[in-house]
Design a protein. Structure first.
Length: 76
């Protein structure tokens, strides 16, 4: 079962309430998304740590309901 982009956005915002989140469906199949996440919580963290924060916000859905997610993170 594929995830809806609004569900992805909601999970990220739940974990990082100050985040500005932009999700794009890359293939139109509900399985391949791109996420741009801007948050002050990324302050002082490297890109790997930032990406882990986004993956953790998805609560284990990555690789299950969500097949592929390209992540771009920026510090607010």
């Amino acid at each position: 079962m594929a995830m809806d982009l609004k569900e992805i956005e909601s999970l990220i915002k739940e974990a990082m309430p100050d985040a500005i989140v932009e999700i794009q469906d890359l293939a139109g199949d509900g399985n391949h998304y791109s996420a741009t996440v801007i948050s002050s919580q990324f302050s002082g963290k490297n890109k790997i740590e930032q990406h882990k924060m986004v993956y953790n916000s998805l609560k284990g859905r990555m690789g299950n309901e969500l097949h592929a997610l390209a992540i771009k993170t920026k510090e607010q």
